[in-house]
Ligand binder design. Structure first.
Ligand code: GCB
Length: 605
């Protein structure tokens, strides 16, 4: 799906700002048919949960309403007028005046509504958006809703981060011509015979037949290749590759022409020329071994919750650069498109994850102390769940397929890959991911209970991403035992599957300002010692291709789980102040990066 952009044939209006806001009650009727009866206003983009002091709003389960007036620019006569929501978490209904124009399920991917027939250039319309935060065993991520003894609906879920909801990303009104470009797919390569030539395979979809012309422009705007037709391959000589830490982007300018040759639509898609490949136990970017250093992150900040914020975006990337991180995983859902574009421009490598976190009922029984239920069954996660999961994969790849920063799809975090039914559940999803994008490796992040002996799905994937907390949830405070357990565990996976292996999560909760000379959990020294023990084990495994600490920063967690003021495994606090571990990681990662891998070398040795 194309991001709304201003081009010579397209214009856009940003609808961010303060909207009228109300929580749905059972007596609501049809709030979209008139002005919302409310005193509340909510900013877009932001999660609504932490804005208000009323806990009934924070803990509300169900629909909330956002509303504002929108004026269509008067020059848009004859154009298609489209509303675009970058995200509505987790479900949405959109009304223009009294008319329902769009419905969407899935909280972290965009959707659109063509509203041309319902609006008039130069005039205003009332835009009302219902947003629903409910998670069930038919949604991704899953959850369940119970009713308390006093009749309140209560949402529970199988992940620890807080279920922030609302319009956390931008909303746009844009116009495009009647005959327009619908989609663009770009796959790049490096010519085997001559490594200075980049190949750019492109494919353009238009909504009705049109002649297509494409031009590739370099960073100075100079044309470096051109082609005719909706599909083709361009060749860029003396190509400047997109490299981790040294991004170089080109623009693909796509033009659709009418019968008499005039340009009817233009769209510019940035791209980078690079290759990604798993070969043996190596992860290669542009044919060179890549070692991931960085984090599992979250979109999370005080007050705005998961609301996208460019200031946090810039600051987080500054901190990642300072600490020597070359990559991150979009744990546990697709991030705002601004984040992906920033990563493209700044050469940060991304493992792009769907919102399939919590497909694991062993986690539920651990958290709630209830008897274990099978994860995959007709009554629990079933074909409907898988259909929602498939849709989440489609929407992620459709949105992010052209980002050079994205080097791997992660289709689930900590599923019950050790349980019966896991293979039947995942096999079609892996096949779908490969069909939608045959160029990028596919992975999932393996939970603690899944071992190399009982895991049923690892062979379907390209890279083994392992989440482990030895020294935190297991062997707490005993780092010698933790290190030995971890090494044995990792060796088991490496030897059995012969695939590249990386640590996609390891971390220890840490209260900044707490200190000890001993290995005392929660102290800043313990977080440092915990990371060092992990690193010693990693450095002894040959097939090891990277380390992503959990987490970049402290983050807000669900009410009712046993955390003190949120998850404190951040290397930075929620306000982005460094803990001692930040300095220790910086020392390790900057020295790893200084020993840049030469072709085929293991730069850790
Ligand atoms: C995990 C999850 C992550 C949690 C983390 C923790 O395994 O993948 O979402 O936040 O553990 O801190 O417990």
């Amino acid at each position: 799906m194309l991001k709304p952009r201003s081009t010579p044939t397209r214009e856009l209006v940003n609808l961010d700002g303060l909207w009228r806001f109300a929580v749905a009650t059972t007596t609501d009727g049809e709030p979209w048919t008139g002005p919302l009866d409310t005193r509340l206003e909510a900013p877009v983009p932001a999660s609504y949960n932490d804005l208000f002091t009323d806990s009934a709003i924070r803990d509300h389960v169900g629909w909330v309403w956002y509303q504002r007036q929108v004026r269509v620019p008067r020059g848009w006569a004859g154009e298609r007028v489209v509303l675009r929501f970058d995200a509505a978490t987790h479900g949405a209904k959109v009304y223009v005046g009294d008319v329902l124009v769009a419905e969407h399920v899935g909280g972290y991917t965009p959707f659109e509504a063509d509203v041309t027939e319902h609006v008039r250039p130069g005039e205003e319309f009332r835009l009302t958006v219902g947003v629903n935060n409910e998670l069930t065993n038919r949604t991704i991520p899953p959850g369940s809703i119970t009713v308390t003894q006093d009749g309140r609906r209560k949402q529970t879920y199988l992940h620890d981060f807080y279920n922030y909801a609302g319009l956390a990303r931008s909303v746009w009104l844009y116009c495009k011509p009647a005959v327009h470009i619908d989609d663009i797919t770009i796959v790049t390569g490096i010519d085997g015979a001559d490594e200075t030539v980049g190949t750019v395979e492109y494919s353009v979809e238009t909504n009705s037949p049109a002649a297509v012309r494409v031009r590739a422009l370099d960073a100075d705007g100079m044309e470096v290749a051109a082609g005719e037709g909706a599909n083709g391959t361009l060749r860029i000589t003396d190509v400047k590759l997109w490299r981790p830490g040294a991004a170089c982007l080109y623009d693909l300018v796509v033009e659709a022409r009418g019968d008499d040759g005039e340009v009817v639509d233009t769209y510019t898609e940035p791209f980078g020329v690079r290759t990604v490949e798993v070969r043996g136990t190596q992860f290669l970017i542009n044919g060179e071994p890549f070692y991931f250093t960085g984090f599992g992150k979250h979109e999370d900040s005080p007050v705005r919750g998961k609301g996208h914020d460019d200031a946090y975006l810039v600051h987080d990337f500054q901190l990642m650069e300072w600490i020597g991180a070359n990559s991150f995983r979009t744990a546990h859902y697709p991030y705002a498109e601004e984040v992906m574009e920033f990563a493209d421009r700044h050469g940060i490598v991304v493992i792009d994850e769907t919102a399939a976190v919590g497909l694991n009922l062993a986690v539920e029984s651990g958290l709630l102390g209830t008897p274990p239920r099978p994860t995959f069954s007709d009554d629990t996660f079933n074909d409907d769940t898988r259909a929602a999961h498939a849709q989440a994969i489609r929407e992620l790849i459709s949105r992010d397929k052209n980002h050079p920063s994205v080097v791997m799809w992660c289709i689930a975090n900590e599923p019950a890959s050790n349980e019966e039914g896991a293979r039947e559940y995942f096999e079609p999803l892996v096949a779908l991911t490969r069909k939608l994008d045959p160029t990028r490796p596919v992975t999932y992040a393996a939970v603690m209970f899944a071992t190399h002996e009982n895991d049923r799905i690892a062979d379907l994937f390209d890279v083994l991403c392992i989440n482990r907390y030895y020294g935190w949830y297991i062997a707490t405070g005993d780092l010698a035992t933790a290190e030995a357990y971890l090494e044995g565990d990792l060796r088991g996976w490496a030897e059995k599957f012969g695939k590249p292996i990386m640590m996609s999560e390891y971390g220890a909760d840490t209260q900044p300002g707490l200190h000890s000379v001993w290995d005392t959990p929660w102290t800043e020294e313990y977080q440092v010692a915990y990371l060092e023990a992990n690193h010693r084990a990693f450095d002894r495994i040959d097939a090891f291709i990277g380390e992503h600490v959990w987490n970049f920063a402290d983050f807000q967690t669900a009410n009712g789980i046993h955390r003190v003021g949120g998850n404190k495994k951040g290397v930075f606090t929620r306000e982005r102040l460094p803990k001692a571990a930040a300095h220790a990681l910086r020392a390790r990662w900057t020295s790893l990066n200084d020993r840049k891998p030469a072709h085929g070398d293991d730069h850790r040795s």
